[in-house]
Design a protein around this ligand. Structure first.
Ligand code: CTP
Ligand code: MG
Length: 228
């Protein structure tokens, strides 16, 4: 199965603090978005990529990817990540009406191993309507009240941290975006809201989300480890 991948890249990267959108921040001289799109196309199971860029950067983003030798469509993103994905999904359905499997990735998870991408696509192809890559939780997690006082300690063994790309049967994701309420911090959250089960596959530490300057240092390490 050949999937279509959506890459929301329209955020401002405020926590990274580079003064440019995070997707354009270079790691070893190459923009995070370029690393992310190349990773998807190199996985061998993605036939088309649709990027949601900051509305003022659509042409520049398209040029950046072209210059890197990558083929991708670029659309204008929205006010939040959900809105950016919604716009890109609309484009996917328009230009590739027969796309059966859609991935939603993050430009900020630029170093996700190909094996993770392939296992998400394989699980959707095998019949799961929604699939997320996950890792076990290493730290104990507390639930707190607004004052910071601990309310409960959920059983860590039953918790997972969630990564991307998240994979979906295209009809399921389209319905989730049409029917679910607006707020979810990931795409699978919208699918859960419409009562569709979400399966998990093993993620990888390299699929970490690059949010802070500390994360960027880790990303440099990942890239140098890959080259070693
Ligand atoms: N994103 C998007 N459209 C938005 C906001 C975010 O496409 N309006 C994308 C980001 O570009 C990123 C992913 O969603 O690839 C995850 O968001 P996050 O890590 O929060 O990135 P930023 O919003 O860029 O960072 P910050 O919140 O620090 O400004
Ligand atoms: Mg953000």
């Amino acid at each position: 199965v050949n999937a279509v991948a959506i890459v929301p890249a329209a955020g401002r990267g405020e926590r990274l603090g580079f003064g440019v959108p995070k997707a354009l921040v270079p790691v070893r001289g190459t923009a995070l978005l370029t690393h992310a799109v190349r990773g998807l196309l190199d996985a061998g199971c993605v036939r088309h990529v649709v990027v949601a860029a900051p509305p003022t950067e659509v042409e520049g983003t398209a040029e950046l990817l072209r210059a890197a030798g990558l083929t991708a469509a670029v659309v204008a993103g929205g006010a939040d990540r959900t809105d950016s994905v919604r716009r890109a999904l609309r484009h996917v359905v328009e230009i590739i009406p027969d796309a059966r499997v859609v991935l939603v990735h993050d430009a900020a998870r630029a170093f996700t191993p190909g094996a993770v991408i392939r296992s998400v696509v394989a699980a959707v192809a095998a019949g799961a309507p929604a699939v997320v890559p996950v890792l076990p939780v290493a730290d104990t997690v507390k639930q707190v009240d607004p004052a910071g006082t601990v309310l409960a300690t959920p059983d860590r063994a039953a918790l997972r941290v969630v990564q991307t790309p998240q994979g979906f049967d295209t009809a399921t994701l389209t319905r989730a975006y049409a029917e679910a309420g607006d707020s979810a911090t990931d795409d699978a959250g919208l699918v859960e809201q419409i009562g569709v089960p979400v399966a998990t596959v093993p993620g990888h530490h390299y699929a970490m989300k690059i949010t802070t300057p500390f994360d960027l240092a880790i990303a440099e390490f990942i890239l140098s480890a890959g080259e070693a």
